[in-house]
Design a protein around this ligand. Structure first.
Ligand code: NAP
Length: 293
């Protein structure tokens, strides 16, 4: 069964990396996908890969810079005119540079904040009127790609760290403000992922360090947040490290302890109380992992 059959999902930063991987995963689950970033060639390559999957989904491509509101507005308008209302929007476009903070180029600092914070805000603002919000049982989803830099700041990443703290505040505020509009806001917070952002041109060369994840390993979390199973999940922060540990404990659990969150949670609490306490409000996601792994 296709989990997202017939839904329309918009993904920013979908020309490569995490956004590309999620776009392919959404298409495999039956969703029409709207791709946007600044580099047309990369977007068209993703479109070709999706078409080669042989699914019947529609794929739309529009270039836009998330820091330029008019560009994002016009791309989303074109998506809406072709495919109608959006079921989900993933604000994923992002950028980072590492520098000694006292030497950090001031324009680069602003650029990182503009892409990673204003870009998410512009994405929401441009999407709002097209986000499906008429049905309580089929809530629209706004998903932000955050970062584990929120709560685990890194030296020499001042701008990036500040930006990823800021989007948590942005999500908190939007989630409170748009409850009545039937929009759920949630965030995925990965650690290191094998993309150009983390490994430059070496991304995908097969030599990633073991602590670096493949972008495909994140797909399940995005699909969950877009699925019917997550219709009550709102204003959650999904720390990928915690859930990767949950997967480990699921695989090691004795028979009868890993069939559902209900039977697994006591085992997890006993063996990993900290992880249990971090994930206990997201039992639906654990059930989704059990169901789809
Ligand atoms: N890789 C990691 O280790 C890691 C860890 C935690 C969180 N994240 C987050 O994951 C998200 C995706 O990053 P990634 O790792 O997949 O990096 P990536 O491979 O460099 O992809 C970034 C995507 O964002 C787009 N983008 C960048 N600036 C943009 C702009 N101004 N307007 C529109 N699109 C723009 C890029 O396309 P164009 O350049 O063509 O515009 C590209 O499609 C980011 O929010 C990042 O902070 C990454």
């Amino acid at each position: 069964m296709e989990i997202l059959k017939g839904k329309t999902i918009v993904i920013t930063g979908s020309g490569r990396g995490i956004g590309k991987s999620v776009a392919l995963a959404c298409a495999k689950e039956g969703a029409n996908v709207c791709l946007t970033a600044r580099t047309l060639d990369e977007l068209n390559e993703v479109k070709d890969e999706i078409i080669k999957l042989g699914t019947k989904v529609r794929v739309l491509v529009k270039t836009a810079d998330v820091t330029k509101y008019e560009e994002i507005e016009s791309a989303f308008k074109a998506f809406y005119e072709d495919l109608g209302e959006f079921n989900g929007v993933i604000a994923n476009a992002g950028y980072s540079r590492m520098w000694d903070s006292h030497d950090f180029d001031s324009n680069k600092f602003s650029e990182i904040i503009n892409i990673n914070v204003s870009g998410v805000f512009f994405t929401f603002k441009a999407a709002f009127s097209y986000l499906k919000k008429d049905n309580k049982s089929d809530k629209a989803r706004f998903i932000i790609t955050g970062s584990a830099a929120f709560t685990n700041p890194m030296p020499r990443f001042a701008a990036y760290t500040a930006s990823k703290y800021a989007v948590v505040g942005l999500q908190n505020s939007l989630a409170l403000e748009y409850k009545k509009e039937n929009i759920n806001f949630n965030m995925i917070l990965p650690t290191m992922v094998d993309t150009r952002m983390a490994r430059g041109r070496k991304a995908g060369d097969g030599n990633k360090p073991p602590n670096v994840m493949n972008p495909q390993e994140l797909n399940q979390y995005y699909i969950f947040l877009l699925s019917d199973d997550a219709y009550r999940t709102d204003n959650a922060l999904i720390f990928i490290n915690d859930f990767e540990e949950v997967k480990k404990f699921l695989s090691e659990a004795p028979p009868g302890k890993s069939e559902s969150w209900d039977v697994f949670k006591d085992y997890l609490e006993e063996n990993a109380p900290n992880i249990y306490s971090n994930v206990k409000k997201l039992g639906k996601l654990v059930d989704f992992i059990i169901k789809t792994s």
